[in-house]
Design a protein around this ligand. Structure first.
Ligand code: ZN
Length: 198
């Protein structure tokens, strides 16, 4: 990076911090930005600032939202007696795309990972527990089918079972090691429909 100016270098550095962006992609993005008209760049930078200033956590489901409670939690068309527990906001988007699920969500903000030092206190577990009321009919554990997701499913089912609530998990069909957000809608719909008791 000897012949690159400091400002361009800094942009490349910032882009390469983003998930899934390597050094080469970061360079490509930075050069793309450089070629854009100034007003387009301003629009992008304003969108970045806006999302940071306007988005916050929903105080009910812990998903990102501009309004608290979020549109899903405050909708009268949703069945608030079924809570689907997912790892990340992306998973909510994936399940919403199936158009099959009419319940509400709870976003944990990740999964248990002793190797990375992520324990129950680092996830929105307490926030989930306070939502378990007698009127709750079902908790669907829709975590990713990998080691961390599996550990989280086992942990949560042990925690929730004594509370007397029905707990289910997604049916197999999502590839092991895969991410919910990358599952196609048909597979995700089947996994939701075929969910099994834990
Ligand atoms: Zn919400």
């Amino acid at each position: 990076m000897l012949y690159i100016s400091d400002s361009l270098n800094q942009l490349i550095e910032e882009f390469s911090q983003l998930p899934g962006i390597g050094k080469k992609s970061a360079q490509r993005l930075a050069l793309y930005i450089l070629k854009l008209p100034k007003e387009d760049v301003l629009k992008i930078s304003q969108a970045l600032v806006n999302v940071k200033e306007k988005m916050r956590y929903c105080s009910v489901c812990c998903n990102f939202t501009e309004t608290d409670p979020c549109p899903i939690c405050s909708s009268t068309k949703r069945n608030t007696e079924t809570i689907c527990v997912v790892e990340e906001p992306n998973d909510v988007l994936a399940i919403e795309k199936t158009n099959e699920y009419k319940g509400v969500y709870h976003v944990l903000g990740g999964s248990l990972s002793p190797l990375e030092g992520i324990g129950p206190d680092d996830l929105k577990v307490k926030e989930l527990l306070i939502r378990i009321k007698p009127e709750i009919e079902e908790i669907i554990l829709a975590l990713n089918p990998n080691i961390e997701g599996e550990a989280t499913t086992i942990y949560l089912s042990r925690l929730l079972k004594p509370l007397g609530v029905k707990i289910t998990r997604l049916a197999r069909g999502i590839p092991i090691g895969g991410d919910l957000e990358f599952a196609d809608e048909a597979t995700l719909t089947r996994a939701l429909e075929g969910r099994v008791a834990v």
